[in-house]
Design a protein around this ligand. Sequence first.
Ligand code: NOJ
Length: 551
Amino acid sequence: MIKDLWYKNAIIYSLNVETFLDSNGDGTGDFEGLSRSLDYLQGLGVTCVWLAPFQKSPRRDDGYDISDYYQVDPIFGTLGDFVDFTHEAQQRGIRVMMDMVVNHTSDQHPWFQEARRDPASKYRDYYVWSDTKPRDAEDGIIFPGVQETTWTYDEQAGQFYFHRFHDFQPDLNTQNPRVLAEIRKIMGFYLELGVSGFRMDAMPFVIETKGPQPRHTQRYALLRDFREFLQWRSRDAIILAEANVEPKHNMRYFGDDGDRLQMMFNFWVNQHAFLSLATGDAGPLAQALDQSRDRPPNAQWGQFLRNHDELDLGRLRDSERQAVFDAMAPDECMQLYGRGIRRRLAPMLQGDPRRLELAYSLMFALPGTPVIRYGDELGMGDNLDLPGRECARTPMQWSPEANAGFTRAAKPVVPVLDHGPYSFSKINVADQRRDPGSLLNWTARMIRMRKEVPEIGWGEFQRVETGHPGVLALQYEWRGNIVLVVHNLTGTAAEVQVRIKGEQGRHLINLLTQDHSHANGRGHHRLIMEPYGYHWYRAGGLGHLLDRTPA
Ligand code: NOJ
């Protein structure tokens, strides 16, 4: 395997320009502010930034409704500022990925305006139309309670148009070769401007056939087309797909020969990880890991805890979902769309530092590449007074100064969190930077260690029997080196026994504390796990840098 695949062991950090840092005092974050915060990200250890949509948009869905793919929204700056940012990031060894939202446009996009105005226009067929309202128009709604249908009548066009998401987000007709050519052109444009890849929004819907007919199929071959285009234009650019699918479909997305997507978010593991964190039973997570084990050697999972959307628990059984709700979002106002939780990670875990460390340590230890949500490195909270998903999208908390040091404006456009236990006066970068025991400094140390354990990104994992239902042990092996990570998901101390094969497995060197372990005569290690404890070990000693066998 070529060792250059950067995404196999990246540290991805997701943010929205709007809420990161405002340089010009207009109350909204911008690219200049983001450029200024690059030293912070570099210090944290981030190797790749994933930017939420920043192109011109009416912003009725936080920018996931684009009206001009080739313009930076003027509230964030200019294309020049964007290129300055990608350049400054590169200077620090940080790659930039961006959202690619091509399942739909904004209804304000000139393509849609033209399409609805003129049936003879070439843009008419850029979208999906029907003379009558299809019978399944109320099925497959993504935002129940907010969205009423997937087919809306357009007076001007005299037809219904299809929209998987809100009615202001008409779906693009990805069966039209011209639309595919537009998608390639947009990707090509941003590759030239220095991005290393795209987080592709709503991938299953991008590749699905669309139209009034009741049956639809997934056109997986498109995934290979996208990949080929990317690699022809920019050899190491990748796609990280948002595809919340069942494990049996994973390989269709990755491609049996690893010829489709390089990365996918592991939504399956994500939902089961929360179930395990909520119940203290490692079983669901262990099973989910086994179920999503298959992936080509050149592909990678994106492992995450929270993102900018609700925590979608739609793939759990009703009783399982309820267990997570009960533990982490007991009030209905914390839940969303009947399937998810709209809170940030810290309040879901009652702000308990032990549980936060456990959750993050687990994420760093899962097979794949970790994806961090901005502010989670501080334990930022949510503002449940804000509607829907907005509660978890408040500005970055830089300091205890006015408006969290996010803006000089008297009133930020998105309000900073200024009350309660997660207020910026209590949770902010400046204070945590000074405190060696802060979550921020802990996260930086964990990232540093995670980078020194490439076995996780490259190796195969194996589950190691612990004999305790609440303790998960994963072993990674790569180039003759063995790493063992053990997590106690319960709030009670636990004593477990593990066995690592071979002579190497007799000595476990703890990477975080002095608490090393030597096997007894039968080759067993007796590990004492603190409540919510996490241990990272290297087997055999720390000579792995010397020992590594060549590829
Ligand atoms: C998924 C994005 O993550 C979400 O925020 C957005 O609303 C929908 N796709 C529509 O683009």
